[in-house]
Every structure is written in C-alpha cells, then in structure tokens.
Write a protein that binds this ligand. Structure first.
Ligand code: GRF
Length: 211
C-alpha cells in the first residue's frame, strides 16, 4: 500500500489543520503525510501553522479567479502537479465545482460542525450552524466527517460524534465544545483510516474495515 499524500484546504484560522499536524506529529496519521496546505485567501493564520510545521503552503486566491469553476480548475491542476491522493477540507469556505469531484471521487474529506443531516446544506457554515441548533432546542449536537460530493453536505458519512448542548450555551460556547471534543479528534481519525484504505463506500454508507 503506497503512502498517501494529503493536501489540506483552508480559508482561515486552521485549528482543524493544527489538529491534523499534531496527530501527524504523534504518528497517528498512519500511511499518510500532509504534503501541501492550500488556502483560498492570502495571509490566513492557517498558512502560518503550515510554515511552522515545515509544510509547503500555496495560495489560490478566490478573488483572483472570475468564477468558482475557474478556481476549481486551477485547484485540480495544482493537486495533480503535487501528486495528491486525498484532499481534506478543513474550514475551506470556497465553493468548488464538478471538475474536482470527477478527479477525486470518494477522496475528498470534509468536516462539518453538526450531526448531518441536521443543520447542514447551503448557508449552514460557521456560527450559523450553532445558532440554528440552539434555536431548534436540540439536546445534542456534534460533528460529522464525510466524503464530499456535488450535493452540499450530503456525501457518505465517515464518522460522527455527539456532545451535549448545555442550558446556558451560546453559539460560541457550543462551537468551541464541538471543535475540542469532536472535530479535532474525528478529522485526523478519518484521514488516517482513508490513508490505510480502510474506508469502503457502498452507496451512502461508509464501511470501516478492520486492519
Ligand atoms: C470548523 O468549525 C469546521 O467544522 C468548519 O469551519 C470551521 C473551521 O475552523 N467547516 P478552522 O479554520 O479549522 O479553525
């Protein structure tokens, strides 16, 4: 089994990227290595995290492309040039088009800060997700790691983890608890499983194979 090259796509602070870097440092990304961090905007803190970890960072500034499609084509070209095997979206806030899904079918992984299919789909990003969860009065929320398909937040689910919603939660406190207890753990786990060829997609279901 060849060692997988991982590209992490970011747009902001990069705490999920940091969780992946830390997991890699502990030897928890089995059979894989983060070889590129690609940002959709210049000067984001995630690029600093990459530089500190000695990982090459690249900027494909969304603003310098006329359309999402033009940016996606440039992204695919970059990923191919770098021989990337798996694409991880970690707080990547830019819309991508079918050109990416065609080349990386069942090889694009995203983290969403809710239990999909709840609080997911167009418009559900950032703090909005947690505002909606609190407005609905749910008693649990959490995070989902899933494969990315053309339909927003609807690809096969790899891992999910729940946390309790507390009576005095604000969108900010809920967001933080979900990041700490769910996102930062699930994303490295899912990436490691992928790199070991242990994720088998059957329709909408992902089977996790034993070692
Ligand atoms: C996370 O909540 C992630 O679930 C969502 O965007 C946020 C990114 O945070 N997709 P960070 O850039 O990883 O800190």
């Amino acid at each position: 089994m060849s060692r997988k090259k991982i590209a992490v796509l970011v747009s902001g602070g990069g705490t999920n990227l940091q969780a992946l870097i830390d997991a890699q440092g502990r030897g928890e990304i089995v059979n894989g290595e983060i070889t590129a961090v690609i940002s959709s905007a210049p000067e984001v803190y995630a690029l600093e995290r990459a530089a500190k970890a000695g990982i090459p960072g690249y900027v494909l500034d969304r603003k310098s492309y006329p359309s999402s499609q033009a940016m996606t084509v440039a992204l695919v070209e970059k990923l191919r040039e770098l021989s990337i095997d798996v694409v991880v979206m970690a707080g990547f806030m830019t819309i991508v088009t079918k050109e990416l899904f065609e080349v990386y079918e069942n090889a694009i992984i995203n983290i969403h800060p809710a239990l999909i299919p709840s609080f997911a789909g167009p418009g559900c990003f950032g703090l909005h997700v947690h505002e909606k969860a609190l407005a609905c009065g749910v008693k649990v929320s959490g995070a989902t790691v899933h494969f990315v398909t053309e339909e927003c937040d609807a690809g096969p689910i790899i891992l999910q983890k729940a946390v309790d919603v507390l009576p005095d939660d604000t969108p900010e406190t809920l967001q933080r608890r979900i990041m700490e207890q769910c996102e930062w753990k699930l994303l490295p786990q899912a990436v490691s499983l992928f790199c070991q060829d242990r994720l088998k997609v059957e329709g909408r279901t992902v089977k996790i194979l034993d070692v």
